[in-house]
Design a protein around this ligand. Structure first.
Ligand code: ADP
Length: 281
């Protein structure tokens, strides 16, 4: 993210339209599972912070991209990781040829320009990082830039969205109640089989009939969750497998490569899933 900050500075210097570069220009395909788009619009209308819970690769990020496009607001996405500090989000002073210079972090940029700021996998970040978002989530809508001595008032269009994968959480890594209770929340999951096949088909141009075979393998893996698998096969991986098959890879090879090898190191689980593939194709 430090790298991203530096490139943001370059953009600022070169004077390109800052806000425009974060706009989602083309409609991202998103297949709703329920009434989530209307609910999101209601949350956005009130500028309520939104949390999206759900397993990896189930459409959380795609949903946010779609909503940013639909609302016509810029979107700034930050992939959180355990090394991320509050400064990575908020900003820092940098040294350059002309001395020191303040550089906004992505959260600050979003609050300034009125973007939707999407913090992906927020629990990965350190606790001090989650605390900096607090004043942005309540009536204050402010972001204290302590090092700079500035109290930034968020632009009226600014909204905070976080994603969170409850499946990964250990006691050590969970959001504090004081953070959780600042958000409205959606609980996402992998779509039911028919809808998921439609998504895979639409994403890759594969027939729904073939796509439902991939979904069937996905379902087998999801049933093994908790019995040797931490996470089932995600919609994202089903899309990968479909992409390989569309590219001419033999379906059984594509499924082994995209659906099974990434998710397990356990020989028994691998064999079980390989058998499911052979039985399907
Ligand atoms: P995550 O939940 O990890 O943020 P993504 O939103 O990146 O997952 O979804 C992974 C991929 O799965 C997307 O790139 C897209 O191809 C597909 N996908 C999952 N759900 C949907 C959906 N409802 N509509 C369209 N594509 C979807």
């Amino acid at each position: 993210s430090v790298k991203a900050n530096v490139s943001e500075a370059n953009v600022k210097q070169s004077g390109r339209n800052y806000k425009d570069q974060y706009k989602v220009h083309k409609e991202p395909f998103y297949q709703p599972q329920s009434n989530e788009t209307a609910l999101y619009e209601a949350a956005y209308a009130a500028r309520l912070p939104v949390m999206i819970k759900g397993p990896t690769g189930c459409g959380k990020s795609r949903f946010v991209e779609h909503m940013a496009w639909k609302l016509g607001k810029p979107l700034i996405t930050v992939a959180c990781n355990e090394d991320m500090t509050a400064s990575d989000l908020v900003g820092r002073y940098l040294l350059d040829a002309n001395g020191t210079r303040w550089l906004d972090g992505p959260l600050t940029t979003a609050a300034r320009i009125g973007a939707i700021c999407y913090l992906d996998e927020i629990v990965e970040a350190r606790q001090d990082t989650t605390v900096v978002i607090h004043p942005l989530t309540d009536h204050r809508r402010t972001l204290p830039l302590d090092k700079k001595g500035e109290l930034l008032e968020a632009h009226p269009d600014f909204q905070l969205v976080i994603s969170y994968n409850p499946g990964y959480q250990s006691l050590m890594k969970d959001l504090k109640q004081s953070t959780k209770q600042r958000f409205t929340a959606f609980e996402f999951d992998y779509p039911e089989a028919k809808l998921e096949a439609a998504i895979v088909a639409k994403e890759t141009g594969m027939s729904e009939e073939l796509a439902s075979k991939l979904v069937k393998i996905g379902t087998t893996a999801r049933n093994l969750k908790g019995h040797g698998l931490d996470e089932g096969i995600s919609t994202r991986l089903l899309v990968y497998a479909a992409t390989l098959i569309k590219g001419g890879v033999e379906p059984r090879d594509a499924c082994r490569m995209a659906l099974v090898r990434p998710i397990t190191d356990d020989a028994d689980i691998r064999d079980t899933l390989d058998h499911a593939i052979d039985a399907t194709f």
